[in-house]
Design a protein around this ligand. Sequence first.
Ligand SMILES: Cc1cc2nc3c(=O)[nH]c(=O)nc-3n(C[C@H](O)[C@H](O)[C@H](O)COP(=O)(O)OP(=O)(O)OC[C@H]3O[C@@H](n4cnc5c(N)ncnc54)[C@H](O)[C@@H]3O)c2cc1C
Length: 723
Amino acid sequence: MGVVDVRQPLGDDGEQRRERRAWHHDAQALHELAPDLPVLPGPLTEYRQMASFDWKQLRVLLEDPETLRVKMNLWRKLEADPMFAHPKATPSVEEQKRHVAVQLKRFVEINLIPREVHSWGYKNKTKFMMAVNAATASWNKNLSVKFGLGVSLFTNALLSLGTERHLPFYEAVWDNKFLFCLGMTEVGHGSNTKSVRTTATYDPKTQEFIIHTPDFEAAKCWAGNLGKTCTHAMLFAQLYTADSCHGLHAFLVPIRDPETLTPYPGVKVGDIGEKAGLNGIDNGFAMFDHFRIPRENLLNRTGDVTPDGEYESCFQNPEQILGAALENLLAGRVAISQESTHDLCAAVTIAVRYAAVRKQGSPRNSKEELSILEYPLHQWRLFPYVAAACSFKVFMDLFTDQYLEIVEQSYKGAEMKDITSMAAEVHAIVSAMKPLITWTCASALQESREACGGHGYLKSSMLGTMRADHDATVTYEGDNNVLSQQASNWVVRHWSLAKQGNSAALLDASPLGTLNFLLNAEDKLKKRFTGTSKTDVMNAHFVMASYEWLLCWLTKALDNQLQKLKSAGVDRFTARAEVQAFYAKPLALAYGENNVLCYFWEKIQTPGIPSEIKCVLERLLVLYGLWGIQRHFVIFYRGGYATGSQLADLVQEACQTVCNQLKPDIVAIVDAIAHPDAVVKSILGRSDGRIYDHLYDAFMSQQGHMERPAWWREVAAKPQSKL
Ligand SMILES: Cc1cc2nc3c(=O)[nH]c(=O)nc-3n(C[C@H](O)[C@H](O)[C@H](O)COP(=O)(O)OP(=O)(O)OC[C@H]3O[C@@H](n4cnc5c(N)ncnc54)[C@H](O)[C@@H]3O)c2cc1C
């Protein structure tokens, strides 16, 4: 195997791919990926005509056209099949579960993921599956979660944790015979997975593992599909042999008879009940009473038990085994970040189109009311989220390629430069990005709901449904607050190299370059803000240099705090807990934001981008960066980067100016990142902008909406006595 170098953000064939992805789209391809918008003059026409660029070209720049093609194809198929139609009224919780379960069956049956995909290499296959997942999530998040847990995420984990003897499970899942759940969380433990208490004790007499739940707090809990539908669980339990506990391992545990869905004796299993959202998913609990499974059901890539009960591991200690097992969950976190980017795009599509059409208030002596988009406050509320949506889209596109390349090469056994450092860096990036992206999306959904006023609160705006369904992403697959600690831990670990000025070691530790801000850190920390006009801050150079200073300061400050606590005799666990709120969490967030800026900047350098699009992209980058800088003002002042009011004054002025510059282009930017109307499903966010026509239809099409209620007698005034 040759040595693989993924230092280039675009991968080893970066230059080639840049060329490929730059502006060679014929009219037919563009039409397929960016179908024409309504041509009749409509409420959005005026703003569309103001645009300085072609939205179709921006669309295929912000996302890999191949990925976009997969999504557009899938959406067309889902739209054409009545089984995937959205119910008009909200069904009961039970019916939501039934509907999503039968949709999943059909999803697999009609080969929405063609069989040949399984023979593709890891990278192409996973990239395809991720595109399908993100597109499905935008159609119906319940369906994508059910599919992810039960089929795609499971089979992904199976291939990396299991061995050849587990392949029949892989086949059975894709043949619709088995459905899985991933059972890690217990009633009493979630984030601290090491303390999971379900046991799997090996019995050499029968060559079986005995799965047991010691008490209710150790019951498996929350696993999607476990409540009603799964046939098996990929269950995480502490593995015991006669001599000792070998830590957390994954087991394939039968839960229900696949033909009758009756739970097996020894498994007490059920649904945990109605949730705040995602009610199409049957999240469940399960308790095991000395339930026996064959020895071969242990996923044995990282460790195995011989028939006579001897434990064999490729790792030295149980923590390493856990680490290897959890590494496999990274794909899930990447997928969540992709889905959330989609939700963010949908939220701003709805809110910006609505803002362009909705008129409210007018200046004195003017008869014309203003679109709410004209108000600087409204721009400031929404445009940074549009900038975030575009930047995240680019980041996820480029980073997913790198991530899959690294995993593929390591599977192939390629002799990769710095594989250990690369794995650690990828882990840190994902641990920072999943929180950043899901939190940004959550606040965008809330802001967009408010920005659409009362109508935004209608179910048919879709913002409430999206907000409720998206909400869980900040908790599952690693709670955001806990996950972000892994990112800050990794960054701060390298401060000593920065302090020594050891650039070579820093570059080795960060093959993807996300620690480059630490190069010459002490010099960077000497920099002070000297700007005197808004043009000094309204550019990418200022934004990126300020982020470098911010990150160096936060890393150094976090390290100082940890050293201080250590010198005072505070143990490592307590010290880490002490610094979380004011050092570690801001560092993880700033690290994530800086990654977004660096990848976006790299993208803007793609050769051949038309100058008008480049100008829009730079404005979006600057707005995203300034939005972050003003959130971190306290640190800039606290660390002495700025004194007096100049930095705050100029950044605020610049934010408002960039918003104003983006205003004529904002509807076209949103057109470039919007999903088709049938996917967004919002009466406020359609591409024709005819919000009042759609509102009228929505009001008028409700069943019985103008009828006297059947229960009118219970509330109507009693007839007056004639006496
Ligand atoms: C819709 C949904 C679907 C899910 N699906 C699955 C599934 O399929 N399979 C599965 O196994 N699990 C699933 N889960 C469970 C999910 O993975 C856990 O909820 C998650 O890991 C968090 O664990 P917890 O709920 O025990 O919270 P806890 O770990 O108890 O955390 C509670 C709060 O304490 C904070 N906290 C915890 N530890 C620390 C610390 N060290 N420092 C600072 N703060 C801390 C957290 O930030 C959090 O705000 C699902 C959850 C939801 C909501």
